[in-house]
Write a protein that binds this ligand. Structure first.
Ligand SMILES: Nc1ncnc2c1ncn2[C@@H]1O[C@H](COP(=O)(O)OP(=O)(O)OP(=O)(O)O)[C@@H](O)[C@H]1O
Ligand SMILES: O=C(O)[C@H](O)COP(=O)(O)O
Length: 403
């Protein structure tokens, strides 16, 4: 894989360099609630701009349905990138249309532009190779060189991640190099006990990693939306909680295999429940109840781990040698459901273990809840990406950067 330093040594002055970043940041309306993923790509963008490249930054944001949707505009991220760079950043209001073409053509050497959300175009995420390829062709027309630095998206076989680098000379940016360097440590010899904490809401994306972790980890703690498929698999009522019904047999097999292999599988003892999802706009008090995890009422949904579980999980993390944590323990964006995530973050801070936190929302949670990033071994920008890396899967966005 060519490094960005090798690319810079070859000279990029006057060249249009397409940087595929992951600017998929959490937003409250148009306010960025955590800019970690934007800060993470600054070293690459700055190095290229300082070397006189005309930098075209591209990313997805959220999951729009292949057409423009103002709620998912990258405009706030472009503005924030400009602030962080201390330089003007041009913004194209489309991805491969007239605005993008004119914006890129208008870049001076050392200039930076952000083009609009890649996923406003159906070709970006299409499963059809030809449709993705056609979109990649249009992206390729905007640049001379490609730099992959969107680590959080390297597990996606998308046009800008997978097909575009095949069409342009390419290199890996600084963020990808750092992420791969740290995560490699977790696939080699890990200090034991190796404890993995899994949560969040992308349940179907993330259940698969357990298959692999059963061969690697000593202890797996489950929180967030993932809990309820496990509780249901054990025959418990989960009310209206997030549930991946079709995965119940898979989860049952995981639980059986964990027992066989001596992997300690820890599920919540209690959960915070409510009759409805909290109002994320007003953040009005939600007044949740605490119930035992095996008796969630039929009309309630679980939205955070409970106080007993916080203590239990802290104790299960105290003696760890290595911890990998992906996915918040609850709907931490609402203050009434933030304590589970806070307790796990605090347990990681208190632990002498090598700790890695992965995932857009997990990393954001740690910062939003006021923890010092330096108290963790590594905060990864990749959620699904870091999990799939640990699974040993071939990641399309890394494979495409190989020579
Ligand atoms: N019990 C729950 N029910 C519903 N949503 C939940 C629950 N627990 C946590 N969440 C939500 O999960 C979301 C984060 O999940 P997600 O799987 O996206 O994690 P992540 O760290 O961002 O990883 P990635 O980077 O792969 O997206 C948060 O927005 C949080 O509110
Ligand atoms: O948040 C993430 O994990 C990345 O930005 C990828 O987003 P996606 O899961 O919508 O592809």
């Amino acid at each position: 894989m060519k490094t960005i330093d090798e690319l810079l040594a070859e000279g990029v002055s006057g060249k249009r360099v397409f940087v595929r970043a992951d600017l998929n940041v959490p937003l409250d309306g148009t306010t960025i609630t955590d800019d970690g993923r934007i800060r993470a790509v600054v070293p690459t963008v700055k190095a290229l701009a300082d070397a006189g490249a005309r930098v075209v930054v591209a990313s997805h944001l959220g999951r729009p349905k292949g057409a423009p949707d103002p709620a998912f505009s990258l405009a706030p991220a472009a503005a924030r990138l400009g602030e962080l760079l201390g330089a003007e950043v041009a913004f194209a209001t489309d991805t491969v249309g007239d605005s993008a073409t004119a914006t890129v053509a208008g870049l001076a050497d050392g200039g930076v532009a952000v083009i609009e959300n890649l996923r406003f175009n159906a070709g970006e995420t299409s499963k059809d190779d030809a449709e993705r390829g056609a979109f990649a062709d249009r992206l390729a027309a905007l640049a001379d060189v490609y730099v992959g630095d969107g680590f959080g998206a390297v597990h996606r076989k998308h046009a800008s991640v997978f097909d575009l680098p095949a069409r342009l000379p390419h290199a890996a940016g600084y963020l990808i190099a750092t992420e791969v360097g740290v995560l490699r440590k977790l696939t080699d010899d890990v200090r034991r006990p190796y404890v993995v904490v899994l949560g969040g809401s992308k349940v179907s994306d993330k259940l698969g990693v357990i298959d692999h972790l059963l061969e690697k980890a000593d202890r797996i703690l489950v929180g967030g939306g993932m809990v309820f498929t496990f509780l249901k698999a054990q025959g418990h009522e989960v009310g209206t909680s997030l549930l991946q019904e079709d995965q119940i047999p898979v989860v049952q097999e995981y639980l059986a295999r964990a027992k066989e292999r001596g992997v300690e599988f820890v599920l919540p003892a209690d959960v915070l429940v409510s009759s409805e999802f909290p109002d994320m706009k007003t953040k009005a008090p939600a007044h949740p109840d605490t119930v035992s995890a095996d008796v969630i009422p039929a009309d309630r949904m679980g939205l955070d781990i409970g106080p007993e579980t916080r203590k239990l999980y802290a104790s299960k993390l105290a003696d760890a040698g290595t911890v990998f944590w992906n996915g918040p323990m609850g709907v931490f964006e609402h203050p009434d459901y933030a304590e589970g995530t806070r307790a796990v973050a605090q347990a990681l801070v208190d632990s002498p273990a090598f700790t890695v936190v992965g995932g857009g929302d997990s990393a954001a949670a740690v910062r939003i809840l006021g923890f010092d990033e330096k108290a963790f071994g590594h905060i990864s920008t990749g959620g699904g990406a870091s999990l799939e890396y640990l699974e040993g899967k071939t990641l399309p966005g890394l494979a495409a950067l190989e020579d």
